[in-house]
Design a protein around this ligand. Structure first.
Ligand code: ADP
Ligand code: ADP
Length: 232
């Protein structure tokens, strides 16, 4: 099954003399259970592609779909519901709510969506990420690595079909990176979730099934099951 796809996506910013072609015709599919890393130089369109796929930005031309839902025609309300039900996000900046404990942050989206938390999966995620002892702490009482693991748990606990990560290991030390990457890998292997990350981190890319390289708004190369050496 295809969890998300882009078909001939063009994205331009600005107009006239100042127009920027951030995406110049990108077509790609993401299968259920597949872990894809998007790499490429700064300004090559990685974030734009991810934002378009996740419905955080609109395309100028072409189509993007989550499952079989074409995002182009969706209104704000439908887009919000689709994001809430089917998409998880992990950002480089952790975006936790400072007044809530780690556990409250993790389960907040489920509460907003009016869904029960799957306690077994919650326990699996929390133990895998090594944050069991931190659940009653507020973000200010946690290290950066701990905060990112909480943000990951929040993205994963609702079992979204697809998880988008923007440099999810960008601010982390090696141990925290490993824990975050292990849980993303487990999400694909054990729960058939789909993971798409933008990264500069060769180690992160080595966890992926596939690395897609962008340059000047186009896909220029694709590697299957790369090692860290392949992507340096
Ligand atoms: P990457 O994530 O690979 O660094 P981006 O997707 O952020 O690349 O950017 C691709 C191109 O689009 C760059 O030239 C960038 O300057 C431009 N761009 C991105 N966002 C905007 C914006 N909101 N307004 C104008 N130009 C933008
Ligand atoms: P851990 O100890 O869980 O491995 P780190 O100490 O590596 O996490 O923290 C990663 C980044 O977050 C570092 O750049 C660090 O300066 C920053 N950081 C650490 N503690 C905090 C904190 N309490 N609040 C905000 N940032 C922090």
């Amino acid at each position: 099954m295809i969890a998300a796809s882009a078909d001939n996506v063009v994205k331009t910013y600005g107009s006239g003399d100042t127009v920027v072609h951030a995406l110049a015709g990108v077509s790609i599919g993401f299968r259920s259970g597949e872990f894809t890393a998007i790499m490429g130089p700064s300004g090559s369109g990685k974030s734009t592609l991810m934002h378009c796929l996740a419905g955080l930005d609109t395309v100028t031309d072409g189509t993007v779909a989550i499952g079989d839902v074409n995002l182009n025609g969706l209104g704000d309300k439908e887009m919000t519901k689709l994001r809430r039900d089917r998409i998880g996000f992990v950002f480089q900046a952790f975006n936790l709510v400072p007044t809530l404990t780690a556990e409250e942050n993790i389960t907040l989206p489920q509460g907003i969506a009016g869904r029960d938390v799957d306690r077994e999966w919650f326990d699996t995620v929390v133990d895998r990420l090594g944050i069991r002892q931190r659940l009653t702490h507020r973000p200010s009482e946690l290290s950066g690595g701990q905060q990112q693991r909480v943000a990951c748990a929040r993205a994963l606990v609702g079992r979204p079909d697809i998880i988008f990560g923007d440099e999810p290991t960008g601010n982390l030390d090696s141990r925290s990176s490993g824990e975050v990457l292990d849980i993303l890998r487990a999400a694909t292997d054990e729960f058939n979730q789909t993971v798409v990350i933008v990264t500069h981190d060769p180690r992160a890319a080595s966890y992926a099934d596939r690395v897609v390289f962008l340059a000047d708004g186009k896909i220029v190369r694709e590697l299957q099951r790369p090692t860290a050496d392949d992507v340096f």
